[in-house]
Design a protein around this ligand. Sequence first.
Ligand code: C2E
Ligand code: SIN
Ligand code: SIN
Ligand code: FE
Ligand code: FE
Length: 419
Amino acid sequence: MQTTPPSPDGADILCEILAVNEALSGLKDLDAILDRILTESRRIARADAGTVYLVEDGRLRFGYVHNDTLIGQGKVTKDVYADFTLPMDSTSIVGHVAATGRALDIADAYAMAPDAPVAFNPAFDRKTGYHTTSMLTLPVITSQGAVSGVIQLINAKDDAGRPVPFGPQARTLLPLLATMASVAIERAIMTRELILRMMQMAELRDPSETGAHVTRVGSYAAEVYHRYAQMAGTDERELKKTKDLIRVAAMLHDVGKVGISDKILKKPARLDPEEFAVMRMHTVYGARLFQNSTSELDAMSGSIALNHHEKWNGTGYPGRLDGLAPAQAPGPPKAGTEIPLEARIVALADVFDALGSRRSYKPPWPDEKILALLREERGAHFDPDVVDAFLDIFEVIAAIRDKYTEDQPAPDAPEGPAG
Ligand code: C2E
Ligand code: SIN
Ligand code: SIN
Ligand code: FE
Ligand code: FE
C-alpha cells in the first residue's frame, strides 16, 4: 500500500469492523472462520476470488478458497480441501507478503514493473483459463507481531463486473479485518487442538488411530449436511451456521469411548455379545458429557454422541431412553426422522470412515465394497436422502480423505499464487 487513500467515513469503518467481528466471533470451526473471512473481505473489496493461507512449520499452508468465476457461490466443492504448502519467500506473491509482513497492492498482475521484488506466476491462469488482473495480498499479524497467515484477494470488480484496481475502502478496511481474523483463527486452532486432545484420551489410546479419523468424520458430515440442506432448500444463514456446528460436534461423536475399558476397546478380535453391550454404552457416556449445558454446540454434540448408532429402520442403539442415568436397559428403537438429522448424517460418515480404515479387528475395505454396502443399506441402516447427498458429492468426500491421511506433511504447491 504505497499511496495514502482518501479515508472513508469514520463511522462507516467502525460499523463495518463491528459487523465483521460479530460475524467471526459466533463461529466455532477453523474452516467456517476462513470461509467467513473470505466472504467478508471479498464483500468489502468487491473481489471475485480469494484465498487464505496459514503459517505452519515455517511455510504457508493453503487454508480456504473462494472463486465466483471458477467455483461459484455457496457450492459444495473439493477445492476448499486442496492440500499444499508454499515457502515463505519471494518465489510467490503470498510468500513474499508473509516474509515481509507488508501488504502488496497490484493493479494489474500482467503489468508489474520488471524490477518489482516479486513476480506474478501465471501458471494458475494458464491451467484454469482464469484471468487475474488486480490482486490485494495482506499479511495476517498476531497481537505478538508474528505473521500467522496471508489473505489474497483477486479481481476487484466495478458495477459492470469488470476487473478494476482495489479501491480506498478495501485498502483501509482490510488490514483491520486481517487483525480481527488473526484472533478468530487463533481461537479456532485452539478449539481444534482441544478437541483432538479430548479424542486422544477417548480413542487414540489405540496407537493405530490418529486425529485424522476424527477430522475426516467432521468434514464428511459438514459437506454431506451442506448438500442435503441445499437439496432441502434450507436458507443460507441457517445452512452455514449448522454446517459449522455439525463439523465440530461430529468430531466428538465417539468421545464416550473414554468410558470403555482398554480390554474391550482394543480387543484384536470380534466382541462377544456381553462386550458389545458394554461398548454400546459409549453413546450414553458421550451424551452425558454435554447434558448440563445450554449451548447449541453442546446440544448438537450430545445429540450426535447419543444417536450416531441409531439406524433408519429402527435396529440401532441405544434407542429411546428415559434420561441418561447409568445402567439403563436398551430402550425401544428410534427410527426414521425420529433420529435427529445430524446423527443420521454422522452415522453414515462414521461407518464410511470406519470401513475404509484399519481397525484392531478388521483390515480396511476397498472402495467398491464400501460403496456396495452403502447402497445396500440405503433405507435400511441409513437415511436414503443422506446416502444420495453423500454419493452426489463423492468427489469432495474423496478429496477430504486424501487431505487428512495419518499425519502426512502436505505436498509442495505445484504452482503459483492464485492456486
Ligand atoms: P468403529 O470401529 O468406529 O465403527 C463404527 C461403525 O462402523 C460400527 O458401529 C459399524 O456400524 C461400522 N463397522 C465397522 N466395522 C465394520 C465391519 O467390519 N463391517 C460392517 N458391516 N460394519 C462395520 P458398531 O458396530 O456399533 O461398533 C461401534 C464401535 O464398537 C466400533 O467403532 C468399535 O470401536 C467397536 N467394535 C464394534 N465391533 C467390534 C469388534 O468386533 N471388535 C472390536 N475390538 N471392537 C468393535
Ligand atoms: C461453509 O464452508 O460453507 C461454512 C461452514 C463451514 O465451512 O464449516
Ligand atoms: C472413530 O470412530 O474411530 C473415529 C472416526 C471413525 O473412524 O469412525
Ligand atoms: Fe460410535
Ligand atoms: Fe466412530
